[in-house]
Design a protein. Structure first.
Length: 266
């Protein structure tokens, strides 16, 4: 529908209207220069569990906003509707995925509290500006995501493993990617691991748990960042009665400039 350059130039409100119309695409590369967010909505009696889990596991779960119960809007995007403005959602019942709709109007409940969590797509514009290529964007693929052997610190009823996103980075640019992303801790910050996937319990990079397999170029090194899909792994492990999340890689595009999340930004 849109070329890569056209996606990058779209204003956030335009991108959200495109997704509201039913277009389903991963959001990496959309609305360059604007932050994106993961989403998880839980019943109010589970909200403290999620808040405490995020506080104890800030690397994968940096919270950007928390709504009041039943609210469908956020200060991160004026006029946006959290029930319709993401390209794809996931609906969970007792840890089981029961639906992946393009809106959640039929599933919404008045007791839902929504958490918007920082996303590594936010620092991708900074990466490209610094000369770091994004293989998944160039290949028209969703970013690769993997469940790791690293357990998050539990919080009340919520527990589970950390999820990571992976980008193939040319070896000479790994330091640049680490430095650039490290300046943005509210959207996961610096990588949690570089190199051997087995040290994270990942057996085969060609078989991600979420997203798509992405082909490496000669001389690339796998670089792993903490990922905001971690709460979905916690849902599967902890089995709360109900939840709504974004589909992995299909984020909420905010109005916030990504520079707002850079260390030293005014």
């Amino acid at each position: 529908m849109y070329t890569q350059d056209e996606r990058a130039r779209l204003a956030p409100e335009t991108a959200r209207s495109v997704f509201r119309s039913g277009v389903v695409e991963p959001t990496s590369g959309w609305s360059h220069g604007h932050a994106q967010a993961n989403m998880i909505s839980v019943p109010e009696d589970w909200a403290y569990d999620v808040l405490l889990f995020a506080q104890r596991n800030r690397k994968p779960c940096p919270v950007l906003d928390v709504t009041d119960a039943g609210a469908t809007s956020t200060i991160l995007a004026a006029g946006a509707d959290l029930r319709t403005d993401l390209p794809r959602y996931r609906v969970w019942e007792r840890g089981e995925l029961v639906d992946e709709p393009t809106d959640v109007l039929a599933h919404w409940r008045k007791d839902l509290v929504t958490f918007l969590i920082g996303c590594s797509f936010t620092f991708e514009f900074a990466l490209t500006t610094a000369g770091v290529p994004l293989r998944h964007v160039d290949q028209g693929r969703n970013v690769s995501m993997y469940v790791t052997n690293r357990q998050c610190r539990p919080a009340r009823r919520l527990h589970g493993p950390m999820v990571v996103s992976m980008r193939h980075v040319p070896a000479p640019l790994v330091g640049t990617a680490t430095r650039v992303s490290g300046l943005m801790p509210e959207v996961h910050g610096a990588p949690v691991h570089v190199g051997t996937p087995a040290k994270l319990g990942i057996r085969d990079l060609a078989k991600p748990d979420f997203g798509d397999a992405v082909k490496a170029h000669k001389g690339d090194v796998p670089v792993f960042w903490a990922c905001g899909v971690t709460p979905q792994a916690a849902l599967m492990a902890s089995k709360p009665p109900f939840a709504i999340t974004h589909a992995p890689g299909h984020m909420f595009v905010t109005d916030k400039p990504d520079s707002d999340y850079r260390v030293g930004a005014e």
